[in-house]
Design a binder for this molecule. Structure first.
Ligand code: ARG
Ligand code: GLU
Length: 717
């Protein structure tokens, strides 16, 4: 009996341990493939990534630099999140044609809308080129020289390694500099907007529900890739034709249940899973709280104005959402790291690590790593904090300062590169700034400035502050800046840049707003960044050796995946509920019933469109329902992060069952510390997506393009 219990326990530990991690698609054979099959996968590693035949990877591009998308028809149709298409949808919107509020559907291809600057990138193949990148590096002893040599090798290799003329070679590091992979890619530039539900579906629950389960958001939008006549990337042209992908996903509406296998393919941005305990402690105690406080202040101001004025709401919708997103994530992450005792469990890991080092007789090489980390992270603390205050206050959240910073860089260019470079940049700036002022509201920014400059002056480490921002009267300074600076309107901005170089520089330096950002930037560049960079470089070197040691001293079977770095990855797991706290259990599926439970008529986050209410009342769900209910979202143990938005969620056969868009609040710490008990990714159910396109929008043209898999009898209604 005892033996059986032990066996069962082992089994539980094993299936738990088989989850988490973001793996490289070209390296799944072996350990990952057998884990995936154990979890229920019915296809092979070769079906996911192959250089010889079309594979799932050919249907999963990176969307517009920061998200993921998937091909769902042989005519270039792609699916991604509403929040990934958000900027584009906002750009096409005006108070009269508000596609954010009302949604948008192209009922024929001629109605699709082009998007300037939007890109979609496919990975053609992946190759390990570590030896080539590290050639001539081992003999160098100074870290900065090593980095320089590596950069030189990378740029030489990017040019010399074979590729087609329309492709690109991208080289990225894995395991903190212990491995280098080449990605040959193709980037499409003619991407057209096909459809999106109104925000009351696509962003339902908005910021209140963001990062939260149970969730009821239909977070999707549709675009189409256009290519030239040879099916290759081309700039926008009326003559372009829909792209024919090598592979697209059939969509399964056969139904899901708890413990079903799922996997997610995509481009996770950044994780730091192998930080030492001292660094995690710093995130929890110092860095996150500071960043949260700054954003909290900025968001409160924006929210106040957005609620008062529909025009401001459109202007600030996208900015607000992106600032709020990480603000809320950092709060969840901090909480989760504390609750999971991440610091203590890292400390335990470190103790064992140290023992392994001794056992392997590697003290000379690895014995000092942890002491080095301790020293470096203690030394860097104030610099890191000052850096975050500068970034959050000046570059990220106060618009007059972030636009002023562009002018600061302009002046720097004059000093470093001369007058021609200055004039070129100046002209670029003037052209590019129009969009900025379109969404700029002086009242909002003035109130943000007052709050944030106060925080900067009182909370950022004193020893690095510029003199003019010590002991300030924030209100007085704000009034002064906003009544005198020319950075507050497009016309005065242009005026400021009008004239010969000398005049422009004089005018800039006489401008009150410019003076503030200049003194902040000067102080940062002089007092903070040199030292920060110096210590950070040490940390990079220590982290690389630490990673090397971990890889070397762990058993062959250990599941050590490389941190996310915006490259193509596969993660897998099971559909599963979780227990966020004592006596509470969350089920893994939500339905339209929950949308109606959350419905608050007229509310900016929880309103529901009348048409959706009508469909709900009539239970007019077509073939998309499950046991009479309309599925909306579900969760699983896939290990995802920012950048995985829009990623396809696939079933055991590789069919599309959902669209990844978020993680649960209690599990956002997975960027630093993944726990299979509590970390869950959130997906929109593919059936809800089809239901919205079909029943809500009546876009039969889109439905007809898709390959839908359903063995249930067709329900006519
Ligand atoms: N949390 C998701 C992600 O990281 C969704 C973000 C959408 N933005 C928002 N503020 N609701 O991207
Ligand atoms: N919403 C995130 C994104 O934009 C994905 C959620 C996450 O961070 O896991 O990529």
């Amino acid at each position: 009996m005892k033996f059986i219990k032990l066996l069962l326990l082992l089994l539980v530990i094993q299936t738990q341990a088989q989850q988490g991690g973001m793996w490289i698609p070209s390296l799944l054979k072996g350990m990952n493939e057998s884990e995936m099959k154990n979890l229920g996968m019915k296809i092979s590693a070769e079906d996911i990534y192959s250089v010889n035949k079309s594979s799932l990877k050919d249907a999963v591009p990176q969307f517009d630099g920061g998200c993921t998308a998937e091909m769902i028809s042989d005519k270039g149709l792609l699916l991604t999140n509403h929040h990934c298409g958000f900027d584009a949808i906002q750009n096409h919107s005006t108070v009269e044609h508000d596609y954010l509020r009302d949604g948008f559907w192209a009922y024929k291809t001629s109605e699709e809308l082009p998007n300037k600057g939007m890109t979609v990138m496919f990975v053609i193949r992946i190759e390990d080129i570590t030896t080539k990148v590290l050639e001539g590096v081992a003999t160098l002893s100074i870290e900065a020289e090593k980095q320089k040599k590596i950069q030189e090798n990378i740029s030489a290799l990017s040019n010399s390694l074979p590729k087609e003329s329309w492709q690109e070679n991208k080289i990225r590091t894995f395991y903190d500099g212990n491995q280098y992979l080449l990605f040959v890619t193709e980037t499409f530039k003619d991407i057209r907007f096909v459809g999106a539900p109104p925000s009351s579906i696509g962003k339902f629950g908005s910021d209140t529900d963001n990062w939260v389960w149970p969730r009821h958001t239909g977070d999707f939008s549709l675009f189409r890739i256009y290519a030239d006549k040879n099916n290759r990337p081309a700039p926008y042209s009326i003559d372009n034709v829909p792209y024919k992908p090598k592979k697209f996903f059939p969509i399964s509406i056969e139904g899901l249940k708890e413990n079903d296998f799922t996997m997610v393919l995509g481009y996770p941005g950044r994780t730091t899973e192998y930080l030492p305990s001292v660094a995690v402690n710093q995130i929890v105690e110092t860095i996150n709280p500071a960043k949260i406080e700054v954003r909290d202040a900025a968001l409160k101001v924006q929210d106040r104005f957005m609620r008062k004025d529909q025009a401001v709401k459109i202007q600030y919708a996208s900015k607000y959402a992106s600032v709020a997103n990480y603000w809320k994530k950092w709060m969840g992450e901090t909480k989760g790291l504390k609750k999971a005792n991440a610091v203590a469990s890292k400390q335990k890991f470190e103790k064992e690590f140290q023992e392994k080092v001794i056992k392997a007789g590697k003290q000379a090489e690895y014995g000092n790593l942890l002491t080095d980390f301790n020293k470096n992270y203690t030394d860097i603390k104030d610099y890191a904090l000052a850096r975050d205050y500068f970034v959050e206050v000046a570059l990220r959240n106060t618009e007059i300062l972030s636009v002023g910073y562009k002018l600061y860089q302009l002046e720097q260019i004059l000093n470093s590169k001369g007058e021609q470079a200055f004039t070129d940049r100046k002209n670029n700036l003037i052209n590019g700034i129009v969009d900025f002022y379109k969404d700029y509201n002086i009242e909002v920014d003035k109130n943000v400035f007052e709050q944030l400059i106060h925080l900067y002056s009182t909370k950022s480490p004193k020893q690095f502050l510029p003199e003019n921002l010590i002991n300030i009267d924030a209100l007085k300074l704000t009034n002064d800046v906003f009544s005198n600076s020319k950075l507050t309107t497009l016309n005065s901005f242009k005026e400021l840049l009008d004239g010969d170089t000398k005049t422009v520089i004089e005018k800039l330096n006489a401008d009150k707003g410019y003076q503030i950002i200049k003194s902040m930037s000067d102080a940062f560049i002089k007092n903070v960044s040199p030292k920060y960079d110096e210590i950070n470089l040490k940390n990079i070197a220590t982290q690389r050796t630490y990673m090397k040691a971990i890889l070397e001293l762990s058993p062959k079977s250990a599941r050590i995946f490389p941190d996310a770095n915006s490259t193509f990855r596969v993660t897998y797991g099971k559909i599963k509920g979780y227990k966020p706290s004592d006596a509470v259990y969350y089920e893994p599926f939500t339905t339209l019933d929950g949308v109606m439970e959350k419905y608050v008529p007229g509310d900016y986050e929880f309103d529901v469109p009348q048409k959706l209410i009508d469909l709900y009342n009539a239970k007019d769900y077509g073939n998309y329902a499950s046991n009479g209910k309309m599925p909306v979202c579900f969760i699983a143990t896939n290990h995802t992060t920012g950048g995985n938005s829009g990623s396809p969620a696939l079933d055991a056969k590789g069919n599309l069952i959902g669209l990844n868009f978020d993680r649960v609040w209690e599990g956002t710490m997975s960027d630093v510390y993944y726990s299979p008990d509590i970390c869950r990714n959130i997906m929109v159910d593919a059936r809800y997506i089809l239901f919205v396109i079909d029943k809500f929008a009546g876009a039969k043209n889109i439905i007809e393009e898709l390959e839908i898999i359903d063995s249930k009898p067709i329900k006519k209604k």
